[in-house]
Design a protein. Structure first.
Length: 183
């Protein structure tokens, strides 16, 4: 598919050298997502600082099937730096988009859930979703704390291997209504 590139210069004269750099960097983006269909680059010089330079603005709008990805970057005093930073951000944005489209983004598993099966002095057991009993100590329970737990309360936990079998290293009450006295 043909990629369209549009370069717009505002409040300064676009030199062949700057245009060449922008064209090269825009072409480089297609290496990260071949389905890139268009790229618009808006370069702005600062009106109030036309004699001294910067801050310069660079806006990149990348068109991909069904979406537009936009990057805004600003850099003081140095136009080549503003262009480099903007295209680096555009590369990261299009890589992230590509990973999401491929399903290559890591999805974090939800922590296991269970119910409090029994409570004793300073410890208890959680009945996991697969029917196992997981030991936990009062120090493993996060706010509102061990003293607020009730048998049957739904909890989320982080499981690890203990000296005598599985144990929960962190226990969260799943719903505030499961805590004794909670409103």
């Amino acid at each position: 598919m043909q990629r369209e590139l549009k370069i717009t210069a505002r409040d300064f004269v676009l030199t062949p050298a700057i245009e060449s750099v922008v064209r090269a960097k825009a072409g480089w983006l297609a290496n990260y997502y071949p389905r890139l269909t268009g790229c618009e680059v808006v370069l702005e010089g600062a009106v109030e600082h036309h004699r001294r330079g910067g801050p310069f603005k660079v806006r990149i709008i990348m068109t991909v099937p069904g979406s537009r990805l936009i990057v805004n970057r600003r850099s003081a005093e140095d136009f080549p730096l503003a262009i480099r930073d903007a295209f680096d951000a555009a590369r990261r944005r299009i890589e992230d988009y590509s990973h999401r489209r491929r399903g290559a983004v890591k999805l974090h598993e939800a922590p296991p859930q269970g119910r409090i099966a029994s409570l004793f002095g300073d410890y208890g057991f959680i009945r996991s979703g697969d029917g196992r009993d997981i030991y936990f100590h009062r120090n493993s329970v996060v706010e509102p704390g061990f003293d607020r737990l009730q048998t049957g309360a739904e909890v989320r936990f982080v499981e690890e291997d203990g000296e005598q079998g599985p144990q929960a290293s962190t226990v969260h009450i799943a719903h505030a209504r499961n805590a004794a006295g909670a409103r």
